[in-house]
Design a protein around this ligand. Sequence first.
Ligand SMILES: [Zn+2]
Length: 412
Amino acid sequence: MKNLIFLVFRGILFFMPVSNFFAQAIPHCGNSPEWEAELSDPVQQARRQVMEAAIAEAMQRDDAITSRSPIVIPVVVHVVWRDPEENIDDARIWSQIERLNLDFNAENEDIDQVPDEFKPFVGNPGIRFCLAAEDPAGNPTNGIVRVQTTERGIAMKRDNLFYSDRGGSNAWDPTRYLNIWTGDNFTPNGISVTGYAYSPWTETPERSGIVISLDFFGINDSRLGMGRLAVHEVGHYLGLRHIWGDNSPPTCNDDDGISDTPNQFFYNFNCPSYPQHSCDGTSNMFMNYMDYVYDRCMMMFTKEQTQLMNAVLALYRPGLLNTTIPCVQKPERVFADAFTVYPNPARRAIYLNFAEQVAEPGEILLYNINGRVVFREFFILRNGMEVMLHDLIPGMYFLRIGESMRKLIVHP
Ligand SMILES: [Zn+2]
């Protein structure tokens, strides 16, 4: 079967340029050689080689793990919007920060789903993110810049997105902040990428950070859904390559430069069943954040990826390690006595109502009668929201949101 799949891949690749294949079939990340014209620039290639050699050396010396405790990277989010609905609310932005914090601290709710063969390789980058509470001029801020633009598809217009005088938004000092831009990625011909990032060897001070297409930013309704495109892009920003290596056309002879990710022919997409094999029969680590699967099917960095990201921080983004920029404190909401569940008893789904109108990220936890968490997920909390109860054994449970708890009976 695997050979058949490769034949199909090779067949498609044979008949159309890889860039089109990427763009039409899997509009995912723009950090591919097809899209990154810069990487064919010999000057930039040379820069990359020098930097990657220095990173490898730092990792060998094992002094890559700095005395960070903890690392907290101040973030500014540039929302560059055209239509009012593109001017996303703070809740969605907070949900993106939450996702970065969970995944970059191996605190994600689905980390138990890593297959046993890969569990020993799970790494914890130990990096936290917060919205910056102080702008470059020293003024108080909520870490969110909102800019209205007349440009359609601004997120994909690299000549405009990074310049306030061209309908975009100027970067904040990239030595002190991680810049995250979001905007729409509409393109008339349907070819687009969902996001991209600048690594230390591709960036300029004007273009340092990551770009996430609005549809995939934070908790969202797309097929990705959980805000993990930003996790992937921050991985690039901190020096990681795609897990399959980036040669085009794909081969088994290239590599991501990381020894604890198995050699992999090409990317995986959608939500593959485990295991998937490619090069030399090795099992693909498709649940790695640097592959192309759906958000709900990716859940880990490896130890060496973690080391590399920390080495990049120490060598090329030291300002982020030594920053004195304060963080915006997340507005804590107490849902005391604030929600109702129906139907109760329930079967496959429940709906939630809140005492007041809310639209902000919140964690929904379900405990069984032994107090064990059987369900944990972040949502944008809204009146009438649906929560699917997959694979729950009939019985009594406790549903918790914030400080508030409700008893829930699940029927067969
Ligand atoms: Zn990528």
